[in-house]
Design a protein around this ligand. Structure first.
Ligand code: NAD
Ligand code: UDP
Length: 324
């Protein structure tokens, strides 16, 4: 990476954002983290607070912010279905107004700005695995739409600011990522299964567990995001980032039970509306243009995540609060 930069990370206290801040601070950059702590805890970044090159600002990205930076990673947005459906109107505002505010800041500072988009732009995909050229099958009025359509609108804004105002953009479409610092009560499948297994509770499989996901370990994903931010000048993306190894949800549950040694039973609950049946990234583009591919196997990543879940005190975590 050429030279020390001033870097803004929105959503920097969240699961992915805090790992990204760690890496950028370690590399010597001046890092400003913005977060409203809607779905995260200050504890994710307290270890950075005494570093001379880290600054934490409590701020909501739906409001403009006036800062001088060279790069912006726009990660602020609730990401787990339970979190983003908690206040769907706010979720849409965060995606759309957050994108407008960060694109405006990038335009003014001539900064490069990266959008954390998502595999959810493909909805419940009819094409498998999903390449970037696939336009998706999203239900615009369903319970997941606030997130999926919010992220799609944000991608539109990124490309319109690029075409109209020459803003230097990067768009990554992140597939299911897991690891230490996931919110233990976010309801996502990896955090739920590990928390349930460690507590000796039943493991809740939605539907028959035959739906698939492809799980990427957080360290690999952060490598990919940083590679994209500092990648070729002409490469805006969108680019898929994820681990193409695909598992059924039932297989995931069995792996978690094996690795934790839990005596948990599998129980089956109704499948949520619009739950995608399959999901697997085609990462040819990331591999060709960025030389990136993930390296951490599911068993290894799950073992590291389980170790972290064993180390935390669940009483220190709270559910998201209303945020209108
Ligand atoms: P997370 O919920 O842990 O992190 C999101 C962070 O954004 C939290 O710290 C939250 O408090 C903050 N935030 C939410 N609304 C905000 C607002 N209005 N103003 C300021 N801060 C706000 O989730 P994550 O998994 O770390 O996701 C980070 C980003 O990556 C999100 O944009 C998400 O859509 C995207 N993403 C994540 C995954 C994944 O599997 N983890 C997959 C696809 C996309
Ligand atoms: N899931 C499950 N049990 C749980 C939580 C989730 O079976 O306790 C399923 C969910 O229905 C979905 C998959 O696991 O099919 C991944 O869910 P998650 O919320 O992690 O992310 P998504 O990829 O759906 O956004």
């Amino acid at each position: 990476m050429a030279g020390i930069k001033r870097i803004l990370v929105t959503g920097g206290a969240g699961f992915l954002g805090s790992h990204l801040c760690d890496r950028l601070v370690d590399a010597g950059h001046d890092v400003i983290c913005i977060d409203n702590f809607f779905t995260s805890q200050k504890s994710n970044v307290t270890h950075l607070l005494d570093k001379r090159n880290f600054e934490l600002i409590r701020h909501d990205v739906t409001h403009p912010v006036w800062l001088e930076v060279d790069q912006i990673y726009n990660l602020a947005c609730p990401a787990a279905p339970g979190h983003y459906q908690y206040n769907p109107i706010k979720t849409m505002k965060t995606s759309v107004l957050g994108a407008i505010n960060m694109l405006g800041a990038a335009k003014r500072c001539r900064a490069r700005v990266l959008q954390a988009s998502t595999s959810e732009v493909y909805g419940d995909p009819e094409v498998h695995p999903q390449p970037e050229s696939y336009r998706g099958a999203v239900n615009p009025i369903g319970p997941r739409a606030c997130y999926d359509e919010g992220k799609r609108a944000a991608e539109t804004l990124f490309f319109d600011y690029h075409r109209q105002n020459k803003v230097d953009i990067r768009v990554v479409r992140i597939f299911n990522t897991y690891g230490p610092r996931m919110h233990p009560f976010d309801g996502r499948v990896v955090s739920n299964f590990i928390r349930q297994a460690l507590a000796g509770e039943d493991i809740t499989i939605f539907g028959e567990g035959s739906q698939t996901r492809s799980f990427c370990y957080v360290d690999d994903l952060v490598d990919g995001i940083i590679a994209m931010m500092n990648g070729p000048d002409d490469f805006t993306g969108p680019v898929n980032l994820g681990n193409p190894e695909e598992f059924t949800i039932r297989e995931l549950a069995e792996r978690v039970i094996d690795l934790t040694g839990a005596g948990s039973k599998l129980i089956f609950q109704p499948l949520p509306e619009d739950d995608p049946k399959q999901r697997q990234p085609d990462i040819t583009l990331a591999s060709d243009r960025l030389g990136w591919k993930p390296g951490v196997e599911l068993a290894d990543g799950l073992a590291r995540t389980i170790e972290w879940f064993r180390s935390i005190n669940l009483d220190h975590y709270r559910a998201p609060t209303p945020n209108y």
